[in-house]
Design a protein around this ligand. Structure first.
Ligand code: BGC
Length: 932
């Protein structure tokens, strides 16, 4: 089809390139790779049968047209002779041990039973094939973390035994890690395979990306976005990870390489930024200078000194003087990937590094400037090279007098006393010592009360529409003055999941969620998970992207931007305004269950990558809801566990990536986390969402909660799902998600707090202003006005007929005990399907009761009808041509926990005739969900 902008082939090609660029090669003895054409290969590991395109949960539920696994890619390339017997053995094994999908949300096991290898299978395979490939597979997801156990971050005995047998029998053994996040790597030394590569979870084109690297079409240029230490106990976070109550971040700013390079170099197996190539590079510095006003300038030259073309990542680190505050010995201050350099070719890269990025936050006042970013006096060293360990000193400069780079206000400081580590120098080496963490001296509630926003008095309807604001006929203030308190409260309530007001199957709807708001010309925007592509629970297909860790390991902003330009078009195609992602929390511990969605242990790398992705999305007016702001470093008990961190660690590590995304990526939307930081739920943290985010960083977009999040009013007060007033007061504009905003279905406290004067109209108006300004920039604004651009028209054409069917839904509200479905709505012809979106204002269980017969069919004809709920087959009912009398068929549906869900009737053959279809309530499930 002759589309001008949309080009699915280019999207695929970009995703494939991005996934390949993220692959990190850790070992390649005797040039085991690339594989020569026609090599004979035996592929082991059950993940050859179920390539993990992404993790599970909201970050992975993209319905796709296809997934290219590693085996399929190798096979389809026709470059290699693949061992059939080994493949057959796995086929049989998987038939007998099918993939365990678990039951319900977040229950898919993160590891599937592996096939033990017999000596005979290995020996026979080694006679036929030169190379063994072993694929290790792991997934991960929400609500739980990885464990220091076999099948999680450790290899199982079966996996180890398999690799051992393979290395003993084959000339070459290549281990591919199809995992979301780094795992324990001690086995590499023990089992000594020829090559080891992290291929991550590369999205639906992931297998092709692996093929490109194995074949040498792409020279690996991925670099580790995390430090791989010997064992999990070596990470300083491990001691304070996994509690169900509070995690003290005693390691403070010494996260990842900042810790290891300062205190424990010998514990590192693979340093941050490390990754091998099929060629060699030399990185040198041609020129360097420091300017008091603009910061560090460097001219770095990268030369390909090997024999094949490839890309290198030049990395720049700064070592600030220890001063009074103590500093890590290395802080990433810049990085850049070269173009493809031919053998012998050179490229010069200019770095401009502002002082702010290597300044330190003085939360104690020890450096003499409490609550300020400072450059302490002393010698600064600049290093450049291929990774944090190899980077060589290229330049030093002196700061004569401690300098204040930015003056802030104490915000988000801990209320609880604890100790943090800091370096103590002796004979040029650094040991850990402990100091008291400065605690909060300013009460955020007092700041809030001092800065209450004012709003115009309520005027009632003056006939202004949101368009009049856009057309500059009326000010936003006057427009908002027309809205009653009750309608303002409703605007703070996002709806979902799967609201029929927006694209079917997406997670949330916000803006004009009630009739009154619609009358004011406020459009209703849709947002969907994210981040690995669009999740539409009714089954609509979308494109699935490589995971966050893989994209971070590209160390390449341009490929991230390009990829998300395509993602933007996928969003536009599906009429979605915002993707719930990128997820950008810091990999504090390799154990966090959602690390696969997140990027790195380093905030600058994270922030730059996210900014690039946002730039890509902004090209077509959609955006990303960057999440989870902030400090979600553990999934276990994530609604409750308190992250206790110093203000310095928050600002230098956990908030920094978000800061870059706001300042450089022009982020327009943010999702707060479920849990508290320093006692206050992030969704109701005035310091986080107002003092820092909006006040210091100048963010002027929207903040939404995570789905069904709590709020509290002061540190260590128990969180409540109803305390939405606390969220709005903090400037968390949208409480996600409600079944009905108009009916206040979550029973929030907005109206009551307003009456009690604990919440002001000004605060509601301020959030309404944030929401309306966001909506004016979103594609839905023009859609609401009926304006259809050439791009919209083109993208409509690009929707497959199957997906178009899903977009065309019959809406049905199931309120009564018995709800009739009009049978004439069903298309019962062969191959046709009819879709319904059912809204159950109260959670309940339903059954379908259908009175049905066949008509006009030969006696032996089979007439099947399949019923799907949210894209899962519930039952196939088959009548025959003999069933000409009406009969009653009952089909029990799955419990409806989320208010909206989809039912699809699919007819494999024509001939069914319905007399009636009823939805009957069989159980009330509301009580199960009563929230505090
Ligand atoms: C996740 C979010 C996600 C939301 C909507 C939550 O469970 O934490 O990241 O966007 O669900 O699916």
């Amino acid at each position: 089809m002759g589309f001008k902008v949309w080009n699915i082939e280019k999207f695929k090609e970009t995703a494939r390139r991005a996934a390949a660029e993220g692959i990190v090669m850790l070992k390649n003895d005797n040039n085991a790779l690339p594989l020569a054409d026609k090599s004979s290969i035996a592929v082991f590991g059950r993940s050859q049968m179920n390539y993990y395109k992404s993790g599970t949960g909201s970050g992975g539920m993209v319905n796709v047209d296809y997934v290219v696994g590693i085996y399929e890619a190798l096979l389809d390339s026709k470059k290699y002779k693949l061992n059939k017997k080994v493949r057959e053995a796995y086929e049989k094994f998987v038939e007998e041990n099918p993939f365990d999908v678990g039951e319900g949300w977040a229950s898919e096991p993160w590891f599937q039973k592996e096939m033990p290898l017999t000596d005979k299978l290995v020996k026979d395979a080694a006679k036929e094939s030169d190379t063994a490939i072993f694929i290790v597979g792991r997934t991960a997801g929400e609500d739980q973390d990885s464990k220091n156990e076999p099948g999680s971050i450790l290899l199982t005995d079966t996996e180890k035994d398999a690799i051992k047998k393979l290395t003993g029998a084959f000339k070459k053994t290549v281990v591919l890690l199809n995992v979301g996040n780094i795992i324990d790597m001690r086995w590499v030394k023990e089992l000594d395979p020829s090559a080891v590569l992290y291929v991550w979870q590369g999205g639906q084109e992931g297998g092709n990306a692996v093929l490109d690297v194995l074949s040498g079409k792409v020279n690996p240029s991925g670099r580790l976005s995390d430090t791989i230490a010997e064992k999990i106990e070596d990470y300083p976070s491990t001691e304070n990870f996994g509690s169900d109550k509070e995690n003290l971040q005693c390691e403070d700013i010494y996260v990842g390489y900042r810790y290891f390079e300062t205190f424990a170099k010998d514990k590192v197996l693979y340093p941050f930024g490390f990754g091998l190539s099929y060629t060699d590079f030399d990185i040198s510095c041609n020129a360097a200078s420091y300017d008091k006003s603009s910061g560090i300038k460097l001219e770095i030259e990268v030369e390909n000194t090997g024999s094949v073309a490839g890309k290198e990542v030049a990395q720049v680190y700064v070592q600030a003087p220890q001063g009074k505050l103590g500093k890590p010995l290395r802080v990433l201050a810049g990085f850049a990937k070269t173009d493809i350099l031919k053998a012998g070719e050179k490229q010069v890269i200019d770095f401009d590094i502002p002082k702010y990025w290597f300044s330190s936050y003085d939360d104690s006042g020890l450096a003499g400037h409490k609550s300020s970013y400072v450059l302490e006096k002393g010698e600064y060293k600049v290093f450049a090279g291929a990774n944090v360990r190899e980077a060589k000193e290229v330049f030093t400069f002196e700061v004569a007098k401690t300098e204040v780079i930015a003056k802030c206000e104490e915000a988000l400081a801990p209320v609880r006393k604890f100790k943090r580590i800091r370096p103590e120098e002796a004979c040029g080496l650094f040991a850990t010592t402990y100091e008291d963490v400065p605690v909060r001296t300013l009460d955020p509630n007092k700041k809030r009360d001092k800065n209450l926003p004012k709003a115009l008095a309520y005027t009632g309807d003056k006939g202004y529409k949101l368009k009049d604001v856009a057309d500059k006929k009326v000010s936003m203030d006057k427009f908002l003055a027309q809205i009653s308190d009750a309608d303002l409260c409703a605007m703070m309530r996002g709806e979902g999941m799967c609201s029929p007001k927006v694209t079917p199957g997406v997670a949330g709807a916000f803006g004009g969620v009630t009739d009154n708001l619609v009358k004011l010309g406020i459009p209703v925007a849709g947002c969907s998970d994210g981040p690995s592509g669009i999740r539409m629970d009714c089954g609509t297909h979308a494109f699935s992207l490589p995971n966050g860790t893989c994209l971070a390991c590209t160390f390449d902003e341009s490929i991230n931007e390009e990829l998300f330009t395509w993602e933007a078009l996928d969003l536009r195609k599906n009429r979605i305004d915002a993707l719930l992602g990128p997820g950008m929390n810091i990999h504090r511990s390799p154990l966090n269950g959602r690390n696969f969605e997140y990027f790195s242990e380093d905030p600058i790398l994270t922030g730059k990558m996210v900014s690039a992705q946002l730039r890509g999305m902004h090209k077509y007016d959609v955006t990303g809801v960057i999440k989870h702001f902030a400090g979600n470093t553990q999934e276990f008990n994530r609604h409750h566990v308190n992250s206790v961190a110093s203000e310095r660690a928050l600002r230098e590590i956990y908030l920094k990536g978000f800061e870059i995304a706001v300042k450089e990526g022009n982020a327009r939307a943010i999702m707060s986390t479920y849990g508290p930081v320093n006692g206050i739920y992030t969704s109701s943290s005035y310091d986080l969402l107002t003092t820092i985010l909006r006040g210091e960083w100048g963010f002027d977009g929207i903040v939404m909660t995570d789905w069904w999040a709590m709020g509290n009013d002061f540190a260590d007060q128990k969180g409540s799902y109803h305390n939405v007033a606390a969220q709005v007061r903090a400037q968390n504009d949208l409480n996600m998600v409600n079944a009905s905003a108009a009916d206040n279905s979550n029973n929030d406290n907005l109206d009551s707090q307003l009456k009690l004067k604990n919440l002001t109209r000004g605060e509601l108006v301020r959030s309404a202003d944030n929401i309306c300004r966001f909506l004016l920039k979103a594609p839905v604004y023009k859609h609401m006005l009926g304006e259809e651009s050439e791009l919209d028209k083109e993208l409509k054409e690009a929707i497959s007929s199957e997906d178009a069917d899903l977009l065309d839904l019959n809406e049905l509200v199931v309120e009564k005990d018995v709800t009739e479905i009009d049978p004439s709505l069903l298309s019962c012809e062969k191959g046709k399907s009819t879709n319904f979106v059912l809204t159950t204002p109260k959670r309940c269980q339903l059954k379908l009761e259908m009175v049905v017969k066949t008509e006009g069919q030969p006696k032996m004809a089979q007439v099947p009808m399949s019923i799907f709920q949210d894209n899962n087959l519930i039952r196939t009912v088959t009548l025959t041509g003999m069933d000409t009398e009406y009969q009653t068929i009952e089909v029990e549906l799955n419990p409806s926990f989320s208010f909206n869900f989809y039912v699809k009737f699919y007819f494999g053959q024509a001939g069914m005739v319905f007399k009636s279809i009823k939805l009957i309530k069989t159980k009330d499930l509301e009580k199960m969900f009563a929230r505090e």
